[in-house]
Design a protein. Structure first.
Length: 375
């Protein structure tokens, strides 16, 4: 939340916005790159995050937060429409962000997540972070906001849209009349996303949505293909329509590492999109001990589907009774039967386990159950 004085109200903001507000009088319409277009000169020389309360206007239903005054007036009008539709005010989690708060967030979240202090659009009083459904892609309130907020000069910057590497459903900005060009395209882009659940079998659920609104597309055809991670032959599973939630699911047993691709070919009113996901094969590491002098411990590695895994590096670890620390005492490759053996002669009660670290992008790691060996 802003640490600005909370004495400003929108009752004061309205006459200010009609000609008495310094911020609005000096502010030009924002371009699609607000951080580049907004400068201290537009604020009478104030720096990003160092704008005094007297140059900002409070959000009337949540006076702890402030915006540039022209943005606050349009946000009030947007809230009137929102409240008529949803029966409640817009949930504002953050608006104007002081330089000190930018520094604190940057220290907490780091680069790539938080803006470099002094560059945040929140620091110019033109950005808001919203909740209560508006901050969730695909939520009905988010979709409504994406369709209606541009009428009041608000929308998401392109970097925050669904499918972007820095997607932030909650981040909205005031652009005034100079809205981003993606809103005017006659054929909007779409985004394909995928989520994975389960292990054996694995279910992949893809969703197709419009990038500019995050609205999910129901009844559109999606083609599913698959290939081995190490192969080039592509197999078509089939083409299936998305359900009412804009989703299509594919359930299968990943007997070997597999790349699964979902492709939407587009239509007369939306562009195509595709998404691929690598599905790793789960493994099972087991072990047994043959008591003797020394003891023989044997580990066995296979996939969950029962295929033995030869020539894979596994580790034997031990933990003394009463300790919580595991130490690697042997390692080696599994033989053609998926087995690895080691002889051990502990001098006190000891637990052993076999460990397969997995293979990045291909096989899931696994531990065998503990094996107890007495001295």
């Amino acid at each position: 939340m802003s640490v600005l004085s909370r004495t400003l109200t929108l009752l004061a903001a309205l006459p200010l916005a009609m000609g008495l507000c310094v911020a609005e009088a000096n502010a030009a319409p924002l371009s699609s790159s607000v951080s580049a277009a907004t400068t201290g000169a537009e604020w009478g020389g104030y720096e990003n995050g160092k704008i005094p309360a007297s140059a900002l206007c409070a959000i009337s239903w949540q006076t702890v937060d402030h915006l540039r005054c022209d943005a606050a007036v349009r946000f009030e009008a947007l809230n009137t429409a929102y409240k008529a539709k949803w029966g409640a005010n817009i949930c504002v989690n953050d608006a104007y962000r002081s330089y000190a708060k930018q520094v604190a967030l940057y220290d907490e979240l780091g680069p790539g997540v938080a803006a470099v202090p002094g560059t945040s659009n929140h620091g110019w009083g033109v950005a808001v972070d919203l909740g209560c459904g508006v901050g969730i892609f695909g939520n009905a309130r988010h979709v409504w906001f994406a369709v209606n907020a541009p009428k009041y000069g608000f929308t998401q910057p392109e970097w925050a849209l669904i499918g972007s590497s820095r997607a932030e459903a909650w981040h909205w900005q005031f652009f005034g009349a100079d809205l981003p060009t993606y809103l005017t395209t006659t054929k909007p882009a779409t985004v394909a996303t995928v989520a994975s659940t389960g292990t054996w079998p694995r279910t992949l659920t893809a969703a197709i949505s419009k990038r500019n609104t995050s609205a999910l597309l129901a009844g559109v055809p999606v083609t599913i293909t698959r290939r081995s991670v190490t192969g080039t032959t592509v197999t078509t599973v089939g083409t299936y329509p998305t359900d009412a939630a804009g989703q299509v699911a594919y359930t299968f047993y990943p007997k070997k590492p597999t790349v699964v691709t979902f492709t939407y070919a587009g239509s007369t009113d939306s562009l195509p999109s595709t998404v691929s996901v690598t599905v790793k094969t789960p493994t099972v590491m087991t072990g047994k001990v043959t008591v003797g002098s020394p003891n023989t411990l044997k580990g066995h590695l296979a996939t969950t589907g029962g295929t033995v895994m030869a020539a894979r590096t596994v580790y034997l670890q031990r933990r003394y009774a009463g300790s919580s620390t595991w130490t690697t005492v042997a390692s080696g490759s599994t033989n053609s039967n998926g087995d690895f053996s080691s002889t051990q002669q502990p001098k006190r009660a000891t637990y052993y386990r076999f460990y397969f670290p997995g293979v990045s992008g291909q096989y899931v790691r696994d531990y065998s159950p503990s094996l107890y060996v007495t001295y």
